[in-house]
Every structure is written in C-alpha cells, then in structure tokens.
Design a protein. Structure first.
Length: 229
C-alpha cells in the first residue's frame, strides 16, 4: 500500500472486491467497444489504476470498492484471467463527492492538437506499426489514423521571419506583396471530407492546384453567395 501525500491510497486488491458504480452515466458500450478495450488490456498487460471509494455491503457487512473512474475496465477485468486490480482509494466519500470526482476523472480538459498527433503518427508510429490493425485495440482504426495523417497534406507551407514575426508567402500564392496570415481551423470529420472534396474539385476543374488557392476560392464563393441573398 502506498499513501499519496494528498490523501488517497494506492492498493492492489482482489478483483472481486471492486464493483462497477451503478450510477455512472456512461453507457455500457457496444460489444465491439468492449472487445477493443479487452484486447487493449491484454496487449498492455495493464488496465491502469482505477479510482474508487470504500463502501460496505448492507447484506454481508463486507467492505468493497466502487469505481469512480474505470467502470468499463473493471467489467473487463472481471471477465479476464487477471486476479487483482490496482486502485486509487478515495476513502468513504459521499456519493455527491463521488459523482464530482468521477466527472473530473472522466472529463476532458484539453483538446488534442490533431496536426501534432498526425505528425507523431506519420514519423514515429506508422513506420513501426505499418501493417498493424489498430481497430482491434484502439478507439481509432488504421483508416482513421491515415485520414488524420492526410491532414498534413492539406496544410500550406509557411516560413516565419523571426525578426518581423511575419509569414513569407509560398511561391504559388497570388498575393506575394501581402502578409500571409496563419489560420488553424478545427472541424468535424464530415466537414473535413467536404473540404477535401472541394480542394480536389478546384484542383482538377479550374486548376487551383494549391491549398491556399482552394481556400481563397472557397471564401470568395461563400462571400459572393452571402452577398447575393
């Protein structure tokens, strides 16, 4: 047992002592999602550390642990060959505090920089996992990751002048005398696919063969359409 300085305790206990929280608002998930998680746990030989609180069974009087973060993982552990589970024990907290802790643990505070993630997969992951079927144990499948990496092809090449903090236009831009302003846009995959179709269309139909030109035309078309209303 390890006591953490801020009050919780790290333990490894028999899996029978850990139960899912019946109040957890997350759905149980599809059989495919549960199988992915199961495969991931066995591949890593780890389910991580589950956040729990202490409770007493009213029928038997025995102490057990209820998950605050890890319902899906503990469910898969109960079906696995592993006999123990690692937990972080928050003690006998009230259900109101348990719900708040659960939300804090399961919520997402920060977004992923998709371009940086795409570069990491392109440079570090795909060369090693070239033929790996990620769909067996990751939230993303191989096709999803390839789509993410393809975003790198849609980014204009821009050079930064360290002294003036201005961007030098790439050779193909029509606005060589203007300052080129950076624009990073996050969008749903469905919108990104529409953008990709538009980029391919203007490239083949009207010879707008760069991302910059395709975006300039898209903005011009949108402004024209709004102005015509």
């Amino acid at each position: 047992m390890t006591d953490l300085s801020w009050g919780t305790k790290l333990l490894e206990v028999p899996k029978e002592q850990v139960r899912c929280a019946p109040w957890n608002p997350k759905p149980k998930g599809t059989p495919e999602q549960r199988q992915k998680l199961n495969t991931s746990i066995h591949k890593d030989k780890s389910a991580g550390v589950l956040a729990v609180r202490e409770l007493v069974d009213p029928d038997t009087g025995e102490k057990y642990y209820e998950t605050l973060d890890g319902n899906h993982r503990v469910a898969e552990i109960h079906e696995s060959k592993y006999e123990t589970v690692r937990i972080e024990n928050f003690g006998t907290v009230h259900i109101s505090e348990a719900i708040v802790i659960s939300r804090k643990r399961e919520g997402h505070y920060f977004d992923t920089d998709l371009l940086q993630a795409a570069e990491l997969y392109k440079d570090e992951v795909l060369p090693v996992y070239e033929n790996e079927d990620f769909s067996q144990y990751m939230p993303d499948n191989h096709e999803d990751i390839l789509k993410m990496v393809k975003m790198l092809d849609s980014q204009p090449e821009m050079e930064v002048n360290d002294n003036q903090q201005e961007y030098s236009p790439p050779p193909e831009t029509e606005f060589k005398k203007e300052r080129l302003m950076p624009l990073q846009v996050w969008m749903p995959e469905s919108v990104f696919l529409m953008w990709s179709q538009w980029r391919d269309h203007v490239s083949s139909e009207v010879n707008y063969d760069s991302v910059n030109k395709a975006f300039e035309l898209a903005v011009a078309e949108a402004v024209t359409t709004i102005g015509a209303r």
